[in-house]
Design a protein around this ligand. Structure first.
Ligand code: FES
Length: 100
């Protein structure tokens, strides 16, 4: 099925490009622009983008594998508890008391 009529890109072209990119680099973020570039083309009108994205999302190789994803290094609650920054409201009262 033709997905992009301007560039005559088919569903299998998109899947082939995604599979190739994922095999070449397991950690890469695959975007529509990269798919176009992998096919040696550039988008023209952009009217195909919703269908293009739907086709990309159906490919099992599109997401980065969870075991390859970047781990979350920080615990936001722990960071907030150990934060030594002075809250803005106490800064204001300090300035007011210094002025008096
Ligand atoms: S239909 Fe794909 S760029 Fe126009």
């Amino acid at each position: 099925m033709i997905i992009c009529h301007c560039r005559n890109i088919t569903c299998s072209d998109i899947h082939g490009a995604i599979d190739w990119m994922r095999q070449a680099d397991p950690d890469t973020l695959i975007t529509p622009r990269k798919v176009y570039r992998a096919l040696g083309l550039k988008a023209d009108c952009g009217g195909c983008l919703p269908l293009f994205l739907d086709t990309m999302r159906r490919n099992a190789n599109l997401p980065i594998r969870p075991d390859r994803a970047i781990p979350v290094l920080k615990d936001p609650q722990k960071d907030q508890a150990s934060c030594k920054a002075i809250p803005k409201s106490s800064t204001t009262s300090t300035v007011q008391s210094a002025a008096n």
